[in-house]
Design a protein around this ligand. Structure first.
Ligand SMILES: CCCCC/C=C/C(=O)SCCNC(=O)CCNC(=O)[C@H](O)C(C)(C)COP(=O)(O)OP(=O)(O)OC[C@H]1O[C@@H](n2cnc3c(N)ncnc32)[C@H](O)[C@@H]1OP(=O)(O)O
Ligand SMILES: NC(=O)C1=CN([C@@H]2O[C@H](COP(=O)(O)OP(=O)(O)OC[C@H]3O[C@@H](n4cnc5c(N)ncnc54)[C@H](OP(=O)(O)O)[C@@H]3O)[C@@H](O)[C@H]2O)C=CC1
Length: 295
């Protein structure tokens, strides 16, 4: 979507950049000229991704570079280290993509206290810690940086069976909007993306394990009748991290093929045939006549 070189000179930190959506978005940011630091807990995973993305970038003209630094987003000292390593290598930080998450599907009454804390600590506390650390750095150095948080559609609707994740994503979304209001005066923007289903191993292993996978088709409730493609999400993320979205802040943009619209009372009637619609129309028209005393 963006022109080659659209992110030249930008340095962006991507949490959870070694796998799944974080990896796909990092790949596109690098193609557009950004330098990207990927971080997550598993050094071997981010090292392998950095190697792969560096190899791909070497085939392109004007692509950025990639740095891998291990970090648990629940640990402020490790966050400071990611920032220090990024500044040492690339000079400054311009963007932060809070993409790391933990999640699993489970009836809430089966959860231990620690299970709830584990998810909320990664998703809400980790997002807050990283945003606070980078935000302080931007304010101190007069940098007009941009934060993009990967949310979910159920951050606003709520959802059963993923309650810790919904609570944490909901909190992170309100943080996005609150800080957009507070830090706008520094030129700092914060936005979110609320994706519907985009297949990744991390999400599918934990949200659609068997026998659930055989019992439910995630596309059946989606008006566009398909899951998302990583490139579609990467396009939106790159735009929101770029200067082209310079007047957008405090927003959450949904990218879900219309899935959230399924809440509409009559949105599930696609199985009704044309013959049935003919019958329905006649029945309603009869009722209309009856109500006017014409039947
Ligand atoms: C498709 C539609 C929209 C989907 C929206 C998607 C949202 C996403 O976030 S998808 C991202 C999925 N990716 C990941 O989750 C990657 C990282 N995840 C993990 O590393 C683990 O899944 C983790 C979150 C559980 C964290 O691992 P770790 O730190 O090693 O924690 P423990 O294994 O020690 O578990 C802590 C605690 O949680 C309990 N627990 C774990 N799994 C379950 C489960 N399936 N059901 C119930 N409880 C679970 C575990 O038992 C521990 O509690 P205690 O037993 O009290 O010690
Ligand atoms: N896939 C989908 O359909 C949807 C995904 N999302 C969101 O997209 C984002 C990416 O998910 P997805 O790519 O699917 O799944 P992945 O499992 O591939 O990504 C999650 C990443 O988070 C990292 N991570 C987990 N815990 C920590 C931690 N404590 N510190 C640092 N990093 C951590 C993991 O790396 P490591 O284990 O090495 O730490 C992993 O790279 C998440 O925010 C998720 O909520 C939202 C809606 C739909």
């Amino acid at each position: 979507m963006l022109r080659d070189g659209a992110l030249n000179g930008k340095t962006i930190i991507v949490t959870g950049g070694g796998t799944g959506l974080g990896k796909s978005i990092s790949r596109y940011l690098i193609q557009l000229g950004a330098n990207v630091t990927i971080c997550s807990r598993r050094q071997a995973v981010i090292d392998e991704t950095a190697r792969e993305l560096t190899e791909e970038a070497s085939q392109l003209t004007g692509a950025g570079q990639v740095l891998a630094v291990a970090c648990d987003v629940r640990n402020p000292e490790q966050i400071e280290n990611v920032m220090a390593e990024t500044i040492a290598r690339f000079g400054q930080i311009d963007g932060l993509l809070n993409n790391s998450a933990g999640n699993f599907i489970s009836p809430t009454e089966r959860l231990s206290y620690k299970a709830f804390d584990t998810i909320v600590d990664i998703v809400l506390r980790g997002t807050y810690y990283f945003t606070l650390a980078v935000g302080k750095y931007w304010i101190d150095n007069n940098i007009k940086g941009t934060v993009l948080n990967i949310s979910t559609t159920y951050a606003t609707t709520g959802s059963g069976y993923v309650v810790p994740s919904a609570v944490a994503k909901g909190g992170a979304l309100i943080m996005t909007k609150s800080l957009a209001a507070e830090w706008g005066k520094y030129g700092i923007r914060l936005n979110a993306i609320a994706p519907g289903p985009f297949p990744t191993k991390g999400a599918w292993d934990r949200l659609f394990p068997e026998p659930l996978a055989s019992m439910m088709d995630p596309t059946s409730r989606i008006p566009l009748k398909r899951v998302g493609e990583h490139g579609e999400l990467a396009n939106l993320a790159a735009f929101l991290l770029s200067d082209y979205s310079g007047y957008i802040t405090g927003e959450s943009i949904t990218i879900d093929g219309g899935e959230v619209l399924a809440a509409g009372e009559f949105s599930h009637l696609e199985k009704v045939t044309n013959d049935q619609w003919d019958m329905i129309e006649q029945t309603i028209k009869q009722a209309n006549k009856a109500s006017k005393g014409q039947a």
